[in-house]
Design a protein around this ligand. Structure first.
Ligand SMILES: *Cc1c(COP(=O)(O)O)cnc(C)c1O
Length: 339
């Protein structure tokens, strides 16, 4: 048995999800004729209380389309230094949108309204035009940290007062929803656009969705085509997303409990120097000098436990649909054998 804690993207569709996929009614989505894609888009729009939504092959594409739509070349995007849009999207902010970034040193991926306010450039010919603020909830590199809704509201007010667009990278929004008890629509109401991933904790094999106003989504469609992400009988994939939204949200709580159990194990290991506060399904920790990160990962790998490096001496573990509670014991044994 391989225990794969590298990411919540490693899940395979369940039998029930596959059945939903096989049974999907499909058509050519570039002709707007795929009923299942349309159903998924309407469903996500409703969940986020947005007018419309668009299905994309990846979360990266959903975010990059939003950035492209909210900015002009030469503009500046304000985001936390750990942001996925900055660190893990291939430099797409500059490549796709010709925009620069102003990075905020937040609290494990979360920024505050005053930090956003201080990051807005003055209106003069010397400075780049600040046009977009992007948040991430939960924050990946921040160890799955969640925003308090009050903090998002304050940032939304700063955006409004300063004419800035406001985007949410909600790749793991439902983890935050389950943890914090707010609704996805309450969060959606605060942003101009929201992206969500179906292929993370929700367990779909592929797919993300970007939501916003009807006008925004009409324009987004052009960039999805331009970026190479317009698909044909994508309803087979969208069906997995619909199934995931209908069935896999409440169970995210189990992933959070399993992550907490991993934290408890790690706290007992002498080679673990520091663990980021763990609120959801991501556990990030730093190894002491007593073991090299490569050695740690190799040893675990030999014991069939896969984890991922997340910076020098930093390791990430992510719990998910295919990580069963029974596996905790195996991980505990493996961690105890590390030397
Ligand atoms: C995974 C992820 C994305 C999108 O990733 P894709 O692999 O392109 O689907 C976006 N933002 C965050 C925070 C993520 O963790």
């Amino acid at each position: 048995m391989i225990i794969d804690l590298r990411s919540d993207t490693v899940t395979k569709p369940t039998k029930e999800m596959l059945e939903a996929m096989f049974g999907a009614e499909v058509g050519d989505d570039i002709f707007d004729e795929d009923p299942t894609v349309i159903k998924l888009q309407q469903k996500v729009a409703k969940i986020l209380n947005k007018e419309a939504a668009i299905y994309t092959p990846s979360g990266t594409m959903a975010n990059q389309m939003a950035i492209k739509l909210h900015t002009q070349p030469g503009d500046e995007v304000i985001c936390d230094i750990t942001s996925h849009i900055y660190n893990f999207e291939g430099g797409g902010i500059s490549f796709n949108s010709g925009a620069s970034v102003k990075l905020i040193y937040g609290d494990n991926g979360r920024v505050k309204a005053n930090q956003v306010l201080e990051s807005i450039n003055p209106h003069n010919i010397h400075a780049a035009n600040s046009s977009l603020v992007s948040l991430e909830n939960t924050s990946n590199k921040g160890g799955g940290s969640c925003y308090d809704i009050a903090d998002i509201k304050e940032i939304a007010a700063v955006c409004k007062n300063n004419n800035l667009k406001f985007h949410l990278d909600g790749a793991r929004l439902f983890n935050a929803v389950v943890k914090k008890g707010y609704s996805a629509s309450e969060i959606g109401n605060l942003f101009d656009s929201v992206s969500i991933c179906l292929s993370k904790g929700l367990g779909a094999p592929i797919g993300s969705v970007l939501a916003g106003t009807s006008e925004f989504i009409t324009r987004a469609k052009r960039y999805r085509k331009l970026f190479g992400g317009a698909m044909r009988q994508a309803g087979y994939l969208a069906a997995a997303g619909i199934y995931a939204l209908d069935n896999h949200i409440p169970r995210l709580k189990e992933d959070h409990e399993n992550a907490q159990a991993l934290v408890n194990m790690l706290q007992k290991q002498s080679y673990v120097e520091e663990i980021l506060p763990t609120e959801t399904n991501i556990v990030i920790f730093r190894l002491s000098k007593s073991i090299k990160d490569e050695d740690f990962m190799n040893q675990l790998n030999q014991m069939n436990v896969k984890v991922i490096g997340f910076g020098p001496q930093v390791i990430r573990m992510v719990t998910h649909l295919d990580f069963k509670t029974e596996m905790l014991e195996e991980v505990e044994k493996a961690l105890a054998k590390i030397n």
